[in-house]
Design a protein around this ligand. Sequence first.
Ligand SMILES: Nc1ncnc2c1ncn2[C@@H]1O[C@H](COP(=O)(O)OP(=O)(O)OP(=O)(O)O)[C@@H](O)[C@H]1O
Length: 242
Amino acid sequence: MTNSRDHEAREVVVRLADVRKDFGDYSALDGVSLKVRAGESVAVMGPSGSGKSTLLNMVAGLDRATAGTVTVAGQDLGGLGEKGLALYRRRHVGMIFQFFNLLDDLPALDNITLAGQLVGLKARPARKRALELMDQLGIAGRADVYPASLSGGERQRVATARALMNRPALLLADEPTGALDSRSGDQVMGLLTDLNKLGQTLLIVTHDPRLAAKCADRVVEVADGLIAREWTVEREPAGITR
Ligand SMILES: Nc1ncnc2c1ncn2[C@@H]1O[C@H](COP(=O)(O)OP(=O)(O)OP(=O)(O)O)[C@@H](O)[C@H]1O
């Protein structure tokens, strides 16, 4: 069974050092330090408004810390300009969201391919990689289907394939099962578990203790902008993948 102790010798993929994030007078994060090593799966939990999404947005390079440092895949995000941050987001992290954030005007395959083309991959190799990912994620037959005609679980798989397109050092997930029925949610949990077993580093924000129990080897609990506790998880058996 994987355990975070197994990862101690591995490189640090995410390092937050005393990170603060203020919105006006309000500190959404108030001095958070956290390390995630290669191959780890870490779930961030905590009450609504505690700062989980703010933390994820710092790591994703979607927003900047007010103080402290955020280093991901060897890059100090505070040292990057807007262009640098955009490149970082495209190349080094993949993100999946509660409501998938797919482009409704593009079929599934093109949604995935586009992520590769945005970092300069030519259409043909991008398409090849996207088709391989669709196959790997159990949605090979859905290439030409538009998001509106896909099930929730299929949409999340397309979003995951898109997130993996550029072989990110880190896959970030913000409530990835939040909008899914329990069966589709189980499938997405199985998928995340499988990806982690293949070595993908994961950072997952969730309210769902089942998701944390199945997909994470460590849980970090955020409360009032601080890490209140953290613990390692003896994982439950993986859910069904397809
Ligand atoms: N752009 C913003 N401007 C002002 N305040 C913000 C902004 N983003 C977040 N906040 C505040 O920061 C605090 C933490 O928000 P955050 O979204 O990180 O919480 P959360 O733990 O992810 O909550 P939830 O579980 O409900 O998604 C909240 O009080 C929120 O209102």
